[in-house]
Design a protein around this ligand. Structure first.
Ligand SMILES: Cc1cc2nc3c(=O)[nH]c(=O)nc-3n(C[C@H](O)[C@H](O)[C@H](O)COP(=O)(O)O)c2cc1C
Length: 525
């Protein structure tokens, strides 16, 4: 019997993993570098099929790609192998590396807490057209279940055959999956991130999965492929398909890519896999709070899955009481010929979290573009109608030309910023962002706050996953919108209750979910 409606579990996990100045002081954590987990999942007994890298440039401006809220198409759109490779590379591939005292870090297309990259991707597909891969028997990609090997930029086949119907069944016949030639499964591996962040890692699953999905949605749009995020599924069925050891790794979200009129055939039997993987560390430390949260938000049956789809809770901010400023999005503020045109691939390739902000201003039209493009709607099964959202955006404005410094809340529908309190809050922003310098120096901080009570009442504990994931997707879009304009961004962690108190009384009763700082890099000329 599922525990999804036992909401104490989500509240306990959320409260138990809050940061406060006291918790940080009284529960210090020292990193055991000798035991740092490997950053890649590797199946040593499986051949790797190396993916093609000669990508076709999409020329789709990043600002358009991230703004799109998912194509609604009934027209056939089947990615070929090269296109799939392109989506995988720009979602989670290695884009640069850096040597340092402890070794070398291979940075990926999407930002990730601590550069620990605990989210793995798997591909479940029908036969896909394309060139023959080196080592493959036939052209294109044969129907199967594959693990995306990031280190080699390749695929390892876990199962041969068309298993998409297994996913359709597990999602209570989610329509976007039923017609998708490709489905990506995203999993989270606890230890890979808990090595540094301990039990808070379960929140990071949502954030780090979200930044990957922001890239995946934008790339799919640029390649004219419909894509949709799906979080409602019978957990045990997906985990069994991938043969996961669920004490260590669990499925977190799915994404459908493409459209075909036909539906999948009956799936083959799912035999246990028992495939060895290269150990991540000499020893792993278990943090049971996360497994408990995951189990309590797991769904047991298709019937239960159907109950958590759509019907996003109504979401009305009180009408503005303070001064409001409309986003500057008209032609006068941003003439068409000055609209940044860099393609989504270019922007993803140059993205990298800003390590030092300069304290210089950004303009209101730059901030407007970031907020507008990031909030045009996410195609996801828990967000219906399209354009609904779970998180509210609260801002600290430090230095934006044309906007008074102060604390704001963003009204999505009217695209206006309501001033909650004016003032110079740089020091406060630094404090709220876990006493880090980045938020004190950035031009703006965007805090994601959610009414968890309402969300959990609607979706059960599963809503906790959705709220974190949505914030990660929005944060990922903000990153891309910043880099499209040659600005900088960094995701940040925070002191939970202090954030809510700072934005109260407006934010009273909400919970702090995520934080992104935006501004100009000090290191960039
Ligand atoms: C959800 C999230 C939270 C983050 N939190 C912090 C943070 O608190 N402090 C910090 O310096 N960087 C933070 N970062 C930035 C990561 O350290 C950075 O993404 C990672 O090192 C990978 O580097 P890249 O983003 O340049 O590719 C965060 C990133 C994400 C996505």
């Amino acid at each position: 019997m599922s525990q999804n409606s036992h909401l104490d579990a989500a509240w306990q996990y959320h409260s138990g993993t809050k940061h406060s100045p006291l918790s940080v002081r009284t529960s210090p954590h020292f990193l055991d570098w000798e035991n740092k987990p490997l950053l890649f999942k590797i199946y040593p007994t499986l051949e790797v099929l190396r993916l093609p890298r000669d990508f076709r440039e999409t020329s789709c401006p990043a600002l358009s790609a991230i703004a799109a809220a998912g194509r609604q198409t009934q027209v056939e759109a089947i990615p070929n192998l090269e296109t799939l490779a392109q989506v995988l590379f720009f979602s989670a591939g290695v884009v640069r590396s850096k040597k340092h005292e402890q070794g070398e870090t291979f940075f990926r297309a999407a930002a990730c807490t601590g550069a620990l990259y605990e989210i793995e991707l798997y591909v479940v597909c029908t036969d896909l057209p394309g060139e023959a891969l080196p080592g493959a028997n036939s052209a294109g990609l044969a129907a199967g279940v594959y693990h995306f090997g990031v280190a080699e930029f390749g695929l390892r086949q876990l199962r041969a055959g068309d298993f998409r119907q297994t996913l359709v069944d597990a999602t209570a016949s989610n329509p976007s999956l039923a017609h998708a030639p490709v489905i990506i499964i995203c999993t989270g591996t606890y230890w890979r991130n808990a090595w540094k962040y301990r039990s808070r890692t379960y929140r990071h699953f949502g954030w780090d999965n979200g930044t990957i999905l922001a890239n995946l949605l934008a790339m799919s749009e640029a390649l004219h492929l419909p894509a949709k995020v799906v979080t409602g599924f019978v957990d045990s069925q997906i985990n069994a398909l991938l043969g996961l050891d669920t004490k260590r790794e669990v499925a977190f979200s799915l994404a459908s890519i493409g459209h075909q009129p036909s539906t999948p055939p009956n799936p083959p039997q799912i035999a246990p896999l028992n495939l060895p993987i290269v150990p991540y560390s000499k020893e792993e430390v278990d943090y049971p709070a996360m497994r408990k949260m995951h189990e309590a938000s797991s769904l047991d049956s298709a019937g239960e899955v159907a109950t958590v789809r759509g019907k996003t809770p109504a979401h009305d901010l009180p009408p503005p009481k303070g001064t409001t400023t409309s986003l500057q999005l008209d032609n006068d503020s941003i003439p068409q010929d000055s609209m940044p045109q860099d393609s989504i691939e270019k922007v993803i390739s140059r993205r990298g979290s800003t390590r030092q902000f300069s304290r210089q201003s950004i303009s209101l039209s730059q901030l407007s573009l970031m907020l507008d493009r990031a909030t045009r709607g996410i195609p996801a099964d828990f967000l219906e109608p399209l354009g609904s959202h779970l998180n509210d955006l609260y801002l600290i404005v430090n230095n934006v030309d044309g906007l008074a410094a102060g604390a704001y809340v963003y009204h999505w529908e009217s695209k206006t910023l309501e001033l909650l309190k004016p003032g110079d809050f740089r020091d406060k922003a630094g404090f709220l962002g876990l006493d880090q310098q980045l938020p004190a120096d950035a031009a703006v901080e965007v805090f994601f706050l959610a009414d968890l009570k309402k969300i959990l009442e609607r979706y059960g504990n599963r809503g906790y996953r959705a709220a974190q994931l949505e914030a990660g997707i929005l944060g990922g879009k903000l990153y891309l919108a910043a880099y499209a304009q040659r600005l900088g961004a960094s995701g940040l962690t925070f002191y939970d209750d202090d954030v809510v108190n700072f934005f109260s009384p407006h934010a009273r009763g909400k919970s702090a979910i995520f934080l992104v700082a935006l501004g100009r890099s000090a290191l960039r000329k």
